[in-house]
Every structure is written in C-alpha cells, then in structure tokens.
Design a protein around this ligand. Structure first.
Ligand code: NDP
Length: 310
C-alpha cells in the first residue's frame, strides 16, 4: 500500500486505522477485517485501554498467516502519567500488543502528569478540579528516555503528538534522534497550515489525527460541528462520485499528511480505505483551503479541567 518514508528510514502507510473509542469487544473483528481490506497501519495508545484486544487480534492475524509482522506498522503512545517511566510504559504496551517491537512510539501529549502506576493512564485532578501536572519532569528528559527505546531496539521510530510549533522547535534543538512524526489534530475545519509546513520543512511527518473532524463521535463528546456536513464537501462528493469522508481523507493525503480515521462500522472500513483511485484538482484543493475555521474539535479540557491549548 502507498507509504511515505520517515526520517528514520522506515516506511509508514498513508492510511491507518485509529482505534480510539473502539470497544474492546469489536476490536478483533474490525482489525481482522481491516487487514483483509488492506490496512497495514494501526494507531493505538495505552490510553485507549484496548491494547490487549488489539494484541489478541494481531496474534490471530499472524498465527493464521493473514499478514506478517514486518508488513504491519503499529503505533502506540506514552501517556502523560508515565513520562517518568518511559521504558516500563513502552514495555507494558508491547506486552499487551504482544509485539517485540513497535514501529512508532509517540509522546501522546506535551505534558507530564501525576504518575498513577505504569500503563494505568490516570488523569488525576486536584481538589480544584484541575489536572495534576508534574512540573518536575521536562519534555527533554522524557525525550531522552524515548531515544533510549530506539537504541535498545524496542522501537523503530519515535515521535511527538499534539506539539505546537514552539514545542516542536525545542524538541528539534534537544533531540539526538529527531522526531519522525508529529501526530496532531488536523482536518478541513482545522487545517493548521503553519504547523504542518513547519514540521514538513524539518523532516517531521504529520499524521492527521481526527482526520474526519471526529464526525458524530466528537459532536457527541465535545459538542463540535462536523466538517462532513459542509456543503462544499457534499458538492465535491457528487462531483467525484465518492463519499464525503473519502473526499476529506483524499484531501488529507494530497496535502502530504498521513490519515488515521477511526470507524467501528465494517462497511466504512472499506470506504475509508478506497481513497487512492481519484485525485482532487488544484481548484478543489484551493476551495477546501478556504473553508478552514481554525476549529479544534477534540477538547481534552472537558476531562482535565484545564485547557492546555489556551
Ligand atoms: P475521526 O476523525 O476518525 O472520526 C471518527 C468518527 O467518524 C466516528 O464517529 C466514526 O463513526 C465516524 N466515521 C468514520 N468513518 C466515517 C465515514 N466514512 N462516514 C461518516 N462517518 C465516519 O476521529 P477520531 O477522534 O476517532 O480520530 C481518529 C484516530 O486518531 C483515533 O482513533 C486515534 O487513533 C487518533 N487520535 C489521536 C489523538 C492524539 O491525541 N494523538 C486524539 C484523537 C484521535 P463510526 O465509528 O460509527 O463509523
């Protein structure tokens, strides 16, 4: 499948399946189906609390000969409460995923919070209702521990997630192993061209999380408006004889980002993967540019009592 080459030399498939908010009981069927359709990239995280189920599905896929380990690209992420325990947290994810290496391990958010036990992924708040942030661990210290994962052979590439331009610039300054990826929220209503350009200029690939703007899931969780309802996309979908989601994902690919849409619907797995048999014209790419609302749909502040993006 179509892939890009990271600054680490390893390839990352352009479309992946995100597994956040995927019910543990659905994971096995969805992953096996996805592999049959052609997905080779899975975006996981300790905090999604379904790594054990993902691991079970992967083990079955390997045992039955459906796919080989070396043909898959598996990402996991270090949760905020484990910044002081990077090696143990990574090993815990690998154990649950039943893998002896990860393709990519990301610092999930640029913030260390109170440790709650390796892999337990707590987000403890104080009596004031505000997230307990650990001010003793710098991102540089966390990154040094991430670099050790590469030298130990546990992880092929390391990266960051939800880092803005300033934090990314800082990471470039203190890193020996440069981040291969910055995974950020970006979609037609939140295009973030400056951050995307900054990262690409410095050899850091952008993975677009929330590439469909979170659709119904984020409307339900955060009250956000979905770009899938935008009339511009309805017209483009008609023009290209594709679904709105396919046009949105194609736009993501054509701006050189990797997209990791999540779906728990088997028919949508196929739909979201069929984005390589058409191309949006320059005029249509420009039109999509004009509908940017600079609108973040994923708002962890509702869980943390503090807006870390403020
Ligand atoms: P997405 O933009 O992928 O949207 C998911 C929503 O879109 C769900 O409601 C899904 O519903 C719906 N959907 C999927 N396909 C279609 C389709 N073809 N037509 C209409 N609706 C569709 O948002 P996510 O928040 O799920 O993000 C994707 C992935 O990004 C996550 O799974 C995770 O791996 C990663 N992520 C990373 C974050 C980070 O901090 N690094 C933060 C957030 C996400 P249904 O399931 O019913 O199909």
């Amino acid at each position: 499948m179509a892939a890009i080459t990271l600054n680490s030399g390893f390839k990352m498939p352009l479309v992946g399946l995100g597994v956040w908010r995927m019910d543990g009981k659905d994971v096995k069927n969805l992953l096996i189906n996805a592999i049959k359709i052609g997905y080779r990239h899975f975006d996981c995280a300790a905090e999604y609390k379904n790594e054990a189920e993902v691991g079970e599905a992967l083990a079955e896929a390997f045992q039955t000969g459906l796919v080989k380990r070396e043909d898959l690209f598996i990402t996991s992420k270090l949760w905020n409460s484990d910044h002081g325990h990077v090696l143990e947290a990574c090993k815990d994810s690998m154990k649950k995923l039943r893998l002896d290496y990860l393709d990519l391990y990301l610092v999930h958010f640029p913030i260390a919070t109170r440790h709650t036990g390796v892999g337990s992924c707590g987000s403890v708040k104080g009596v004031d209702g505000v997230l307990d942030i650990d001010t003793t661990i710098s991102l540089e210290t966390t990154w040094q521990a991430m670099e050790e994962l590469v030298s130990k052979g546990l992880v092929r590439s390391i990266g960051i997630s939800n880092f803005d331009i300033f934090l990314t610039r800082d990471c470039l300054a203190y890193s020996k192993v440069k981040p291969a990826v910055n995974q950020i929220e970006t979609h037609p209503y939140f295009q973030r061209d400056c951050l995307v350009k900054f990262c690409q200029k410095h050899g850091i690939f952008i993975t677009a999380h929330t590439p469909l703007g979170g659709a119904v899931a984020n409307t339900e969780m955060f009250g956000s408006k979905s770009c899938l309802d935008d009339p511009v996309f309805k017209d483009l979908a008609e023009k290209y004889k594709k679904t709105v989601a396919q046009v949105v994902l194609r736009w993501g690919i054509q701006r050189n980002t990797v997209v990791i849409p999540k779906t728990s619907k088997p028919n949508r797995l196929e739909e979201n993967f069929k984005v390589f048999d058409f191309e949006l014209s320059k005029e249509d790419m420009d039109q999509i540019k004009s509908i940017d609302r600079k609108y973040r749909t994923n708002q962890p502040a509702i869980f943390w009592g503090i807006d870390l993006y403020a």
